[in-house]
Design a protein around this ligand. Sequence first.
Ligand code: PLP
Length: 416
Amino acid sequence: MTTATSLEDRAARADAEDPLAPLAGRFLLPEGVIYLDGNSLGPLPAAVPPALADAVGRQWGTDLINSWNDNGWWQAPLRIGDTIGRLVGAAPGQTVAGDSTSVQLFTALGAATALRPGRPLLVTDPGHFPTDRYLADAVARRHDGMEVCRVPPADLEPFLAGHGSRVAAVSYSPVDFRTGELYDMAALTEATHRAGALAVWDLCHAAGAMPLRLDALEVDLAVGCGYKFLNGGPGAPAWLYAARRHHDALDTPLTGWNGHAHPFAMHRDYTPAPGIARARIGTPPILSLLALEAALTVFEDVDLSELRAKSLSLTDFFLTCADELLTPLGITPVTPRDPARRAGHVALRHPHAHGLTRALADRGVVIDMRAPDLLRFGVNALYTTHTELLTAARHLRAVVRESAYDPAPPRSGPVT
Ligand SMILES: *Cc1c(COP(=O)(O)O)cnc(C)c1O
């Protein structure tokens, strides 16, 4: 029991010394649940229910259509874009919130390829999230002669040495959504620029989890979702960043009337609005935007470097728990040990990942899995504690030792 006791002591000490511990009070987390799936759906911030009640009851219910002006609905995509911009190192006026990540990716990839005419290659990661891969293919299909090259981030430099002058854009995520591996955004962006190509980043698993420096790295375009580490709620609006230097030439593929220079003049032809406003598409989802805006107040006085330091402490501690309690049972960590290469979740490999995920849920530990054999434990330094991670590891150890799970593979259908 000495090992178990020392893990317990370590967890208790880290939690007692945690300056961010009070932030958990900004969330409405259900009693008796250890929530380690905030990298798929962030939990409910306490600020959201009253904001939504106001948006529905007063703004929509009473002020009705005047709310577009009087309650700031029309400006919401740009206002909330700027709030997200502060979390990703973007100065105001370069970020717009709205639509889904998939739509924003189509916009970003379409705009990037249009900014680099005559370059027929679009580079993406073979391990990229499926929608990112599908949309790269869709954009290439719409350009004569354009080809998608699937190049793992580790192979980008040699690939660009051979083909760089033909590459229009490189579209990566800094985080492997399966393993939690973190790539070097600065180095990959720099290599992309040396080849004269544009860097398009998908920050779904990074925004709100760690400091990001879009302006400082001279990233060209970026997208991210609102419902993972930003906690904006199911299907929350996504966001798009376009560096200011590209605005005048930014030719987005979805030229909706909200992105027009004079939307209410109802002109026959499209003239893009100046600045990032041209990346607006259609009427924005106001209720979802206002929920996201309230959720983002959680970050108002939070230092993202402190958040990142705690996140690394949590994932490091969980890897230690895994080494001591789980590896002897055949559950192996796949997430890198090097903090510079580790993002906000830890993945453990076991052939019965599906059954184990279900058994943990029955014990109040919510995680998710990625087929066929990865268990994902998402930590969020805003509310996760070291003690919760030790408890989760102990539950997993007990479930495996007692064979208290169904080893059958999942039936088809949606899996969380
Ligand atoms: C979560 C995630 C998405 C999700 O796309 P949606 O359009 O919001 O469903 C896309 N890309 C990455 C890298 C993700 O992690």
